[in-house]
Design a protein around this ligand. Structure first.
Ligand SMILES: [Zn+2]
Length: 146
C-alpha cells in the first residue's frame, strides 16, 4: 500500500461523533471499538456510518474486534458500496494516542485510527494513520451532517 495515498483528513458529522461518544461511554470500563465506513475523496476519508463492535477481549487496556461481527460488518460495508475508512477504540484510562500495541496491530494503512481518551473525565479524541510503525496525525473535519 502506498503511504502517500493514506488520508490526512477525516470528515465526520457531529451526529456520528456523538454516536461514537455514547458507545465508548456505555462500555466503560472496557475499551470500546468499532468501524467507520464511508468513502475516500482526494486525501480525505468521509465517514457515513459508525458500526460499534464487541471488544472480544472485554479488557480495559486492550481491544480486539469480534471476528464474526467484523466479517458481517465488512460484508455490509461492501453491500452499501462503501469502504472501511476508519477504526475507532477507546482508552478509558489512557491518552488519545496509539499505544505500542495499537501500532503493532495496525493492519490497515488506509484506515484512520480514531482514539478516544477518558483519562481526564470528559472524553477527548484524536485521529491518526499508522503504517509500518509510523504514525501520522489526521485532521478531523466536523460538519453538521448531510
Ligand atoms: Zn489503543
Amino acid at each position: 500500500m502506498d503511504r502517500s495515498s493514506a488520508p490526512t483528513q477525516i470528515a465526520i458529522s457531529a451526529q456520528d461523533i456523538e454516536r461514537m461518544c455514547r458507545d465508548v461511554e456505555a462500555r466503560r470500563p472496557e475499551e470500546a471499538c468499532g468501524l467507520l465506513a464511508g468513502r475516500f475523496e482526494r486525501g480525505a476519508a468521509r465517514v457515513e456510518a459508525v458500526l460499534p463492535m464487541q471488544n472480544a477481549l472485554h479488557s480495559p487496556a486492550r481491544y480486539r474486534l469480534d471476528a464474526a461481527e467484523q466479517i458481517r460488518a465488512f460484508a455490509w460495508i461492501e453491500a452499501q458500496g462503501l469502504e472501511l475508512t476508519g477504526i475507532y477504540h477507546s482508552h478509558p484510562e489512557g491518552p488519545a494516542v496509539p499505544s505500542a500495541t495499537d501500532i503493532a496491530e495496525a493492519y490497515y494503512p488506509q484506515a484512520v485510527y480514531w482514539i478516544w481518551s477518558g483519562q481526564n473525565g470528559a472524553w477527548q479524541y484524536a485521529a491518526f494513520t499508522i503504517h509500518q510503525g509510523e504514525i501520522a496525525p489526521v485532521t478531523i473535519l466536523t460538519g453538521s451532517g448531510e
